[in-house]
Structure formats: C-alpha cells, structure tokens
Design a protein around this ligand. Structure first.
Ligand code: 0O2
Length: 221
C-alpha cells in the first residue's frame, strides 16, 4: 500500500468508527417501531375477530433521516452528540396509523396507552385543537422497551394517528410547504385554499362518523 492508500484507509476507518454508534442507534429505533407497529396490528386483528371490523386502514413508519436530525439539532440549538439525539429528539422513530373514523383514533390511543410496557411522554391533540394551518392528527410520544441480548433498552417513538381524510390533507399540505417555485401571493392563496379543505375534511369526518354510528345503532336494535 502506498501513502495515499494508507491515508484513505485511515480516513474510511475514522468515518466508520464515527458512524457505527449512529447505525446502532438507528437499529434500536427500527426495533422500537416494530414493537409499536405490532401492538397496533394485534389490536386491529382482535377487533377484526371480535367485531368483524378493522379500525386501521394502513400503517406507515419511517426513521428520520440523519440529515433531518442534524437540521433539527441545529434549529433547536442542541449539541451534536448521541445523548442529545436520544434525549432531545423524540420523532426519530415515527409511526403513522391511518383510520377511517375519528372515534377509532381515540380508541386505539387508549388501548395502546393502557398497555403496561408503554409510557406516555407527551400527547398533542391537533384534532381537538387544530394547528393554524388546518393540520389535524393525534400525536403521542411513547416510550417502549426493546429487548436486546445485552438487556432492556427504553426507546421513544412518535405515533401520529389520523383519518384517511386528515392524511390526504396533510400529504398535500406537506408538499405545498416544500414547493420552492411558488410566488408569495400564490403561496398565500393556496394556503387559504388548504384551510378551506381542512374545514371540509373535518366536516366529512364528522358526517362519516355519524353514518357509521347510526348503522351500528341499527345493528344493536
Ligand atoms: P416529517 O417529515 O413528517 O417528520 P418538533 O419540531 O417535532 O419538536 P413540533 O413542531 O411542535 O415540535 O412537532 P409537532 O407539530 O407536534 O409534530 C411535527 C410533525 O407533525 C411534523 O413532522 C409533521 O409530520 C406533522 N405536522 C405538524 N404540523 C403540520 C402541518 O401543519 N402540516 C403538515 N402537513 N404536517 C404537520 P416534521 O418533522 O415536520 O416532518
């Protein structure tokens, strides 16, 4: 090996030693997602068996990208180290649970939080108190244990529960936020339009819930 190769090897090994603990942490977050996702899938199966009804339409999960984590640390003025990442950033592991009906969101949240290995860290109810943008969802930050060969490790997971209508709205509004080619005037106009759409989705959720409640009442009679 010549001097250049040795320098490159040293550089790569230095990068690897920096990245290994990060990769390890990301693996733990992936395990935490599996734990929480399984809890929701079990509840969905049980409801399917017991009531012939599936409260969950779909589940999406993601690990926040390293770039986004670093940007968030910078924005919040938090130091760039693994302890800060674990103790200050709560949405590295994220699960989105999509339901058809609003009442199922609260029912699933209650059943999740009743489980004795789940600890609620934070609850933000943007359904009862929507954001000024019109955003609606129920957010929970929970702590869940993962069981490793070395023992138990507590991990934080952000759970976002929303209806199909709320999810449809949030996906488009998210795209609108990152659109760079709009003039300020267009942005204001489209944001206003999204606020109107948010009111419409709220009304749609309410009316769909009403129809289901009436159908269930008829079944009981
Ligand atoms: P991504 O890519 O979805 O992860 P925080 O910054 O998290 O410490 P904050 O801002 O109070 O504190 O968190 P919040 O608002 O409770 O939750 C943030 C996440 O909720 C966002 O994640 C979005 O997923 C979603 N969200 C919140 N407000 C809006 C909104 O007005 N529109 C849309 N479309 N989504 C929203 P990230 O990190 O922004 O992105």
């Amino acid at each position: 090996m010549d001097v250049k190769d040795i320098a490159l090897e040293r550089f790569l090994s230095a990068i690897k030693s920096q990245m290994d603990p990060v990769q390890e942490l990301f693996t733990y977050y992936r395990c935490a997602i599996m734990e929480v996702e399984t809890k929701f899938r079990v509840l969905d199966e049980q409801f399917s068996l017991q009531y012939d009804d599936n409260p969950i339409e779909s589940i999406k999960s993601r690990i926040k990208s390293y770039d986004s984590i670093l940007r968030k640390l910078k924005r919040k003025g938090i130091s760039f180290d693994l302890d800060s990442i674990q103790n200050e950033i709560f949405d590295i592991a994220g699960i989105r649970v999509i339901c058809s009906f609003e009442k199922d969101i609260y029912m699933l949240a209650d059943y999740l939080l009743a489980q004795d290995d789940i600890t609620l860290i934070e609850r933000k109810d943007y359904i009862k108190n929507p954001k000024p943008s019109g955003y609606r969802s129920l957010h929970l930050i929970v702590e869940v244990p993962i069981f490793l060969s070395t023992g138990k490790k507590m991990m934080k997971v952000e759970v976002q529960l929303r209806t199909i209508a709320m999810d449809f709205w949030a996906s488009l509004e998210h795209k609108l936020r990152y659109k760079k080619n709009l003039s300020p005037k267009q942005l204001v106009m489209l944001s206003d339009e999204m606020k109107t759409c948010a009111d419409m989705t709220k009304d749609l959720d309410r009316r769909m819930q009403y129809v289901r409640d009436e159908m269930n009442r008829e079944k009981e009679c």
